[in-house]
Write a protein that binds this ligand. Structure first.
Ligand SMILES: [Mg+2]
Length: 421
């Protein structure tokens, strides 16, 4: 029988804000946020330190809202390179305790410490030791979920370790009935708002309800709602709820996402109607999403910028909004981009349009939570179009709207780096 593994998910508390505080000791006891666009009240909070959170400031809200809760807020611009470097330094520290370290996101990493315990003693003691090292070397507070596999370690961290004074929590399989299973289904790993509503409608309101439903019955219930392709997902949810996960901690699978992926286009003439600008917007969104899909990133925040033709009398806007969920699906990003355009365009002629996505997370987690079949289909469709475009060039497949006179995709694909081939 294989020996039981010990896996940890180590999370950095308020990561960006903590890095900034370590860099600026003078802000140590002040409420601090990292904001995407500090000059604007509409800029989005990327991270808030624990002191700011005590004032009610939350990640993802607008700076203006934060300031009304906490007028003395210290506002810092994000420095992604510094955060990525710090994240890599932290990986190196973890690697001095075990060679099995898998970065999961910029501030969360899995550690398989099974082979290290004979050197350091019980898992909790080892976690404390690592915590102290990270604190001493980076000034960052870490929290550790400890369990026999990745799913349970992540669950332990999110639901328990983060709420513990010590920042440590060990979740054992034989305690699930009194712990994990009592939590509402919305607390389950991979279950978002939409899926929570579906489960609630099926009468499954706690994680225990899912785990205790025989798998065949769960499959049947989900088929009624999502069709027969939902079997795989039913099994996935059932395994998560039951705490079953054989996946190994795999070093070196981390790819740090860029801060933003964006495209900007100067138009051949002024575009003066909403319909015309929307055509260009769709093309830009398509390009940006395509790049994100090829890299496996999903963005949570979309930004749209429009600039007027008259450089002496600058007009236009550059605004961003947070979408409901991270995505790289063209239609979803386009819908948000159009909302921004309709909200902020002043009606003056436009010569330059830009779109970007930011606040990335990896999209491989999401493939597992593809419940909404419509979403699954749109991803499949977009993967196919991407593959064809890669093979035959961008002009091979275009949305019908791009063939109208406002469309730029046809023209642009004939150019390399803005020049005709
Ligand atoms: Mg964190």
């Amino acid at each position: 029988m294989p020996r039981q593994r010990v896996v940890m998910l180590a999370d950095c508390q308020s990561f960006y804000a903590s890095v900034e505080k370590a860099e600026h000791p003078q802000y140590k006891d002040l409420p601090l946020v990292v904001a995407g666009d500090p000059e604007r009240r509409s800029g989005i909070i990327l991270a808030a330190c624990p002191i700011a959170k005590k004032f009610g400031v939350t990640t993802a809200e607008r700076l203006g809202d934060s300031l009304s809760k906490c007028p003395d807020l210290v506002i810092v611009k994000p420095r992604m390179k510094l955060y990525i470097d710090t994240s890599m330094r932290i990986t190196q520290i973890y690697e001095s305790f075990t060679d099995l370290v898998e970065p999961y996101s910029i501030d969360e990493q899995f550690l398989d410490v099974t082979g290290s315990l004979h050197l350091y003693g019980p898992p909790e003691k080892l976690a404390e030791l690592i915590q102290a090292r990270i604190q001493a070397e980076t000034g960052i507070n870490t929290r550790f979920g400890i369990a026999e596999n990745k799913i349970l370690a992540k669950t332990a961290c999110d639901n328990y370790a983060k709420k513990n004074e010590s920042g440590l929590y060990t979740l054992t399989k034989d305690s699930l009935e009194e712990t994990l299973w009592t939590l509402p289904v919305g607390k389950m790993f991979m279950v978002g708002n939409r899926m929570t509503a579906h489960f609630n409608a099926m009468g499954l309101t706690t994680i225990g309800h899912i785990a205790r439903t025989p798998l065949d019955k769960l499959k049947a219930m989900m088929r009624r709602k999502f069709g027969k392709n939902s079997d795989i997902n039913a099994e996935l949810y059932w395994r998560i709820a039951s705490g079953i996960d054989d996946s190994p901690v795999t070093p070196g699978t981390h790819q740090v996402a860029p801060t933003t992926v964006g495209h900007m286009m100067t138009l051949p003439r002024d575009y003066g109607t909403l319909a015309d600008i929307k055509v260009v917007l769709l093309e830009l969104v398509e390009l940006v999403c395509q790049r994100c899909r090829s890299k496996g990133y999903m963005g949570h925040v979309v930004s749209v910028g429009c600039m007027g033709a008259d450089y002496d009398r600058p007009s236009g806007f550059n605004r961003q909004m947070k979408m409901e969920d991270p995505t790289n699906i063209t239609n979803q990003v386009y819908r948000a981009a159009v909302t921004l355009l309709q909200r902020h365009w002043d009606g003056l002629p436009v010569r330059k349009v830009g779109v970007s996505l930011s606040q990335f997370s990896s999209d491989d987690g999401y493939q597992l939570s593809l419940f909404d079949l419509h979403r699954e289909k749109s991803i499949a469709l977009e993967r196919t179009t991407d593959a064809i475009k890669q093979k035959y060039g961008d002009a091979s497949i275009m949305r019908a709207v791009s063939i109208t006179p406002s469309g730029q995709a046809q023209d642009r694909s004939a150019k390399i780096g803005g020049h005709y081939k």
